[in-house]
Design a protein around this ligand. Structure first.
Ligand code: SF4
Length: 537
C-alpha cells in the first residue's frame, strides 16, 4: 500500500511537468525568447533580489519563455544557479540552468542534474565555462573540468533513458528524467582552425543528443547565417537561439580587447558605440535599437529564438527589443548591412553572396597550408608501429605487456620509462587514459588548461588559448593544423572521447592500451587478453 502511494506520487510528479520552454523551442511557429540573469556573490544582495524581481516582471510581460541563470559567471563565485532556478520554478516561470563544467566533477554534475530533475527544473545549458577567476576565497580556485559539454549531454541522455549502474553487484536502472539539454557554439572565431574546431565539436554535441543551441555573443550577420547553413548542409535539424546581448560601450571595449573571453566585438563596432555613447542617454536608445535589429535579423534568417542578455537590462528594455524586433523582422534583409563586422582576415566557411551580403552555398577556399612539426611526424610513425592492432609489433608486444602487467616491479619500471619519455615529448601528466591520439598528439591534460578532449572551448582568441593569450596556441588549433597537413582535419569530428577515467591515473597508458583498459582500446575493440585457467580461478 505504502509502495503504491509512493509510486502514485512519483507518477503525479512526472505528469505535472509540462516544459513550456521545450515546447516553445521545438515549435516552429514560435519565436522563443529567453532572458539571461547574472546573479552575484552572496545570499542577501541586491543582485539576487533583482533576479526575482525580473522573474515577476517577465511573467507580467508574458512574452518570455524562460529565465536563464548563469553559473559562476566569468569564473567568479556567485550564488548557486540551481538554487535560484528551483526558486524561479516555484514562482511559475520556466528556468534555464547554465551548467559550467569548470567547478564540478562528474559526480557533482550528476547530483546537480538529479536534484534539478527532482525539483521540476529540466532545462539545461551545458557549457565548458570560463576559466576560474582569481577572485575565489583565498585565491584562484582549482579548475575542475572533469567533463566537457559533449559528455554532459551524453550523461543527460543516459539519465533520460534511465541511467543504469551497479549496486550491490546488481544492475539497477533509475527512473528516467526529462531533462532538455542545449549547448553553445561560437561561429564568430577568426581563424579557419578555430571556426572548424567549433563546428566539429558542435557535431559531437548534436550527435551526443543536444536538443538546442545558443550562440556566443557576436554581431556579424554573415556568421549567424553561416551557422544555420552549416547545420542545414549537415542535415542537423536542431533549433538555434541567437545571442542578443545589449552592448554598452564600456562592455564593448572589454570584449574587443579579449577581456571577456569568447565575445567578439570588432574595432568598427567599438568605434560606432563610442559615437553613440556621446548622446545624452549615453547610447541607451541606440544599443536597444541594435538589439531589436539583431532580434529581427535572427528571426528573419530562421533562428528559433533570441537569448536576450546584458548587465542591468530591465523588463521594459526586453519588452522593447521584442516589440521592435517583431516589427522589423518583416524587412530583415535590409538590416544585413548593419551587421557587417568582419574580423581582419577572418575566415568564413562559405563564399560571400554579394546580392544578400550573406553566404552562398559554395565553400570558401581554405588556403592555410600548415607544416606539421617533427614531433608530430615522429608520433604518427610511432603510433602506427606500436599501437595499431594489425601491426606485427603490436602482436609481438602483447604477450610481453601481459607479463609486465602481472609483475609489479616490471610495471613500475615501464611506468617510469614511459613517464620520462612522454614528459619530455608531450609534457605528459600520466593520466593513464591517454588522449594524445585524439588531439593530434597535443596533450589536452597538460596543454589545455580546461582539459578539453572533444574540441575547443569557446574562449580561444585569434588562435591563442583563452588562458594564455599571445603565449600558447589553443591545442585544437594546433591539432587542426597538424591534421590538415595530411588532409585529415575532418577526423576531429569523428568520434566522442569519454572523460578521463581516473581509475587509471598515474598508471602506464601504454599498458592500459595493450591490456584493453583505456578509452582508445575500448573504441577500437581491443579486448583485455583472455585469462589462463589458473588465473581465472
Ligand atoms: S587550449 Fe583551447 S580548448 Fe583549451 S582552454 Fe585554451 S582555448 Fe580552450
Amino acid at each position: 500500500m505504502e509502495v503504491l502511494k509512493l509510486t502514485e506520487k512519483i507518477d503525479q510528479k512526472l505528469g505535472e511537468r509540462i516544459n513550456s520552454l521545450k515546447a516553445a523551442i521545438l515549435d516552429r511557429n514560435t519565436f522563443c525568447v529567453t532572458w539571461e540573469q547574472i546573479p552575484g556573490r552572496g545570499a542577501f544582495e541586491m543582485q539576487q533580489e533583482t533576479v526575482f524581481d525580473n522573474v515577476a516582471k517577465a511573467a507580467e510581460i508574458g512574452r518570455i519563455h524562460a529565465i536563464s541563470v548563469t553559473d559562476n559567471p566569468g569564473g567568479n563565485p556567485a550564488i548557486s544557479t540551481e538554487m535560484l532556478c528551483a526558486e524561479i520554478k516555484k514562482l511559475g516561470t520556466e528556468p534555464l540552468v547554465h551548467l559550467a563544467c569548470r567547478d564540478k566533477n562528474r559526480s557533482q554534475i550528476e547530483s546537480m542534474l538529479y536534484g534539478l530533475a527532482a525539483s521540476g527544473v529540466r532545462n539545461i545549458l551545458a557549457l565548458t565555462g570560463d576559466y576560474p577567476s582569481p577572485e575565489g576565497f583565498e585565491g584562484k580556485p582549482k579548475p575542475v573540468f572533469d567533463m566537457d559539454p559533449v559528455n554532459v549531454v551524453r550523461l543527460v541522455e543516459a539519465m533520460n533513458k534511465g541511467l543504469e549502474h551497479f549496486a550491490m553487484g546488481k544492475k539497477v536502472r533509475l527512473a528516467p528524467t526529462e531533462l532538455f539539454v542545449g549547448v553553445c557554439v561560437s561561429p564568430f572565431k577568426q581563424l579557419e582552425s578555430e571556426v572548424m574546431a567549433q563546428y566539429y565539436k558542435l557535431k559531437k554535441k548534436i550527435e551526443a543528443g543536444a536538443r538546442f543551441i545558443i550562440t556566443q555573443i557576436g554581431y556579424d550577420a554573415r556568421k549567424y547565417h553561416e551557422l544555420l547553413q552549416w547545420l542545414r548542409l549537415n542535415r542537423f535539424d536542431i533549433p538555434v537561439l541567437a545571442n542578443v546581448y545589449v552592448l554598452p560601450y564600456s562592455t564593448a571595449k572589454l570584449m574587443n580587447s579579449n577581456r571577456i573571453p569568447g565575445c567578439v566585438v570588432t574595432d568598427k563596432l567599438v568605434a560606432e558605440l563610442a559615437e553613440e555613447a556621446k548622446a545624452l542617454d549615453k547610447g541607451k536608445a541606440a544599443r536597444l535599437l541594435r538589439s531589436a535589429k539583431l532580434y529581427a535579423l535572427a528571426k528573419g534568417m530562421g533562428y528559433a529564438g533570441a537569448h536576450i542578455g546584458g548587465h542591468g537590462i530591465t523588463s521594459d528594455m526586453v519588452e522593447f527589443i521584442i516589440t521592435k524586433g517583431e516589427e522589423l523582422a518583416k524587412d530583415w534583409e535590409k538590416l544585413v548591412p548593419e551587421f557587417d563586422y568582419p574580423q581582419p582576415g577572418g575566415f568564413y566557411l562559405f563564399e560571400k553572396d554579394p546580392k544578400t551580403g550573406l553566404n552562398t552555398e559554395t565553400f570558401s577556399k581554405r588556403p592555410s597550408k600548415p607544416s606539421p612539426p617533427m614531433i608530430y611526424r615522429f608520433s604518427r610513425l610511432a603510433h602506427v608501429t606500436l599501437f595499431e592492432e594489425k601491426s606485427w609489433v603490436f602482436k609481438m608486444l602483447r604477450p610481453v605487456a601481459c607479463w609486465v602487467d602481472r609483475s609489479p616491479r616490471a610495471r613500475r619500471v615501464l611506468e617510469f620509462l614511459e613517464h620520462m619519455a612522454k614528459t619530455a615529448l608531450f609534457h605528459c601528466l600520466n593520466c593513464g587514459d591517454c588522449a594524445l591520439f585524439d588531439v593530434a598528439f597535443v596533450c589536452p591534460m597538460s596543454q589545455c588548461p580546461k582539459n578539453q578532449r572533444n574540441g575547443a572551448c569557446g574562449g580561444s582568441y585569434q588562435g591563442w588559448c583563452e588562458v594564455y593569450p599571445n603565449e600558447k596556441k589553443c591545442v585544437w588549433v594546433q591539432a587542426y593544423d597538424r591534421l590538415k597537413a595530411y588532409g585529415e582535419e575532418k577526423t576531429l569530428g569523428d568520434y566522442i572521447v569519454p572523460p578521463c577515467n581516473w581509475e587509471l591515473w598515474q598508471t602506464s597508458s601504454w599498458l592500459n592500451f595493450y591490456m584493453g583498459r583505456d578509452h582508445t582500446a575500448k573504441r577500437l575493440g581491443i579486448r583485455p587478453p583472455e585469462k589462463k585457467g589458473a588465473e581465472r580461478a
